[in-house]
Design a protein around this ligand. Structure first.
Ligand code: HEC
Length: 479
């Protein structure tokens, strides 16, 4: 949960999202428009192909008949380029003059005379033109050259008199029927004789394209701004939620601050009277030793003992609070030496109860807070001694390490703790559930938890339910 609102972070994130959305819209628009433009050319090419197919069909028809005879008129004089053909001109029995018409001548006439019906500009041409009319223009020369390199078709958009045209040309090979009139030029079967070219105006297609692009622009602008709207809406909601979370975190902090102050004052206010009770009871026992009977003296002991427990508890509360408050001082520690220090503190108790203590055999240098680490081990030992009971004969500290953590285990063979309860032990203020008689504060484990967390580690307990328990904690190596 974020506990502060960092201005600009959320805005930045949503700005990036908006930017990505804008880029996606642009890519989509660009892709669609490009596709639309390609479609224009594809449509124009299709029209060009249809025209050429029709044109070629007519030519083939004429070729199949090796040309055909038509009456000689002013508009259809005998073709001088056919003068080498015998019987170019014939006379019908009734005296009508007929002349041979070749396919190219026929189509040129069709186009010249019927251009209003036949709008496309169709041309037949060759690099070796018989008729100068058929001499290729610059573009056609280029296209014809590509046919010599094995191409069958050639297309390009050209600007003619300020208007865009798709120019398309298809190769014409020399076929058996063509040889009658073209063999004398040196053509053989399969040679490239020339090409059939057509120019299709792109204007009507561009008009259609313009309308489609306009629609695309409108729809993409709509998507772009709708997307912005949705992104803004989500941004607004997240911002509101963050503010709520920040408020909640602040309230929580204030609450916990209040509780801490309360705990401090309770601990503080309790301490002096308890010390007084402790002292006074001792004094009472010493000075009125003779007046008090055994029962009275026993009561005095009980009061002293309870006062000591309260003192200890108050002390633990202070430690717990200060564990939360004070920053760690991380330094390199000799863990074995630390274990030995704690062991020395407990020497007399270990001896009288005949408890065997063993330290880990080998430990690498641990980087941690010295006081905290001492307190953790001390608390584990305290607990083992307090709750271990009569059967406690061994306390062992072991060490293991992984790439990221030091893992330390404090195990004892005292009273068994039910396995299920082992993990719960680390909840704040929880005491060993099997033992309600022995003195001590469940705060000990809470303090351990707190200190281990400050070292980015974890705590857990394990027990087989028969003998004692093992308590583990880890310390991060990245402190
Ligand atoms: C009946 C005779 C005849 C036949 C058959 C014929 N052509 Fe031609 N062709 C001509 C004549 C004559 C010209 C030139 C004069 C003109 O344009 O009318 C010509 C022109 C052409 C041209 C234009 C370039 C130029 O040389 O002027 C091409 C290309 C062409 N013919 C290809 C063919 C092909 C390919 C065939 C066979 C499928 C064919 N012709 C069949 C007589 C013929």
């Amino acid at each position: 949960m974020p506990d502060t609102y960092k201005p600009g972070v959320l805005e930045g994130r949503y700005l990036v999202i908006a930017l990505i959305w804008a880029v996606l819209c642009c890519i989509s628009a660009y892709w669609n428009i490009t596709t639309e433009k390609e479609k224009t050319l594809q449509l124009a090419q299709k029209e060009a192909l249809t025209i050429l197919d029709k044109d070629q069909a007519l030519r083939f028809w004429a070729t199949d008949h090796e040309g055909f005879y038509v009456p000689v008129t002013e508009e259809t004089p005998p073709n001088t380029y056919l003068s080498h053909i015998p019987e170019r001109d014939i006379v019908t029995p009734s005296g009508k003059q007929l002349t041979l018409m070749n396919p190219a001548y026929m189509l040129r006439q069709v186009m010249n005379h019927y251009s209003n019906l036949y709008s496309a500009n169709c041309n037949i041409t060759s690099l070796k033109a018989l008729n100068p009319i058929n001499t290729p223009d610059e573009w056609e020369v280029k296209a014809l050259h590509t046919f010599n390199n094995g191409n069958n078709e050639y297309a390009e958009v050209q600007q003619i008199e300020g208007q865009q045209f798709l120019r398309f040309m298809r190769v014409m090979y020399t076929q058996p029927g063509c040889l009658k009139c073209h063999a004398h030029q040196g053509y053989n079967l399969g040679d490239v004789r020339g090409g059939l070219s057509v120019s299709v105006s792109l204007a009507p297609y561009r008009e259609m394209e313009k309308r489609s692009i306009q629609k695309l622009q409108i729809s993409h602008t709509f998507f772009l701004f709708s997307g912005f709207g949705v992104i803004f809406f989500i941004y607004h909601r997240s911002r509101k939620r963050i503010f709520e979370q920040v408020d909640a975190a602040k309230n929580l902090r204030e609450e916990s601050e209040k509780i801490k102050l309360f705990a401090y004052s309770v601990a503080h206010d309790l301490k002096n009277p308890v010390i007084a009770i402790h002292g006074l009871t001792k004094l009472l026992k010493r000075q009125y030793k003779d007046t008090l009977n055994d029962k009275g003296l026993n009561y005095c002991d009980k009061i002293t003992q309870s006062a000591a427990e309260i003192e200890n508890f108050v002390e633990q509360i202070n430690v717990y609070i200060s564990a939360k408050e004070h920053p760690l001082v991380i330094e390199e520690l000799d863990f074995l030496q630390l274990c030995q220090t704690v062991r020395n503190e407990y020497t007399s108790q270990l001896q009288t109860r005949n408890i065997h203590w063993s330290n880990p055999s080998q430990v690498s240098i641990i980087r941690a807070d010295r006081i905290a680490l001492l307190r953790i081990i001390r608390n584990f030992i305290d607990n083992a001694l307090k709750y271990g009971g009569e059967s406690l004969s061994r306390i062992e500290i072991t060490y293991q390490e992984t790439d990221d953590f030091h893992t330390i285990c404090v195990l004892n063979d005292g009273n068994a703790i039910p396995p299920d309860d082992c993990q719960k032990l680390f909840a704040h203020f929880k005491r060993s559930p099997t033992d309600t008689t022995v003195e001590g504060a469940g705060l000990g484990l809470a303090i351990i938890s707190e200190l281990v967390q400050l070292h980015n580690g974890e705590t857990w307990g394990w027990s087989d339910g028969r003998i004692g328990a093992s308590f583990y904690f880890t310390i991060s190596k990245k402190l």
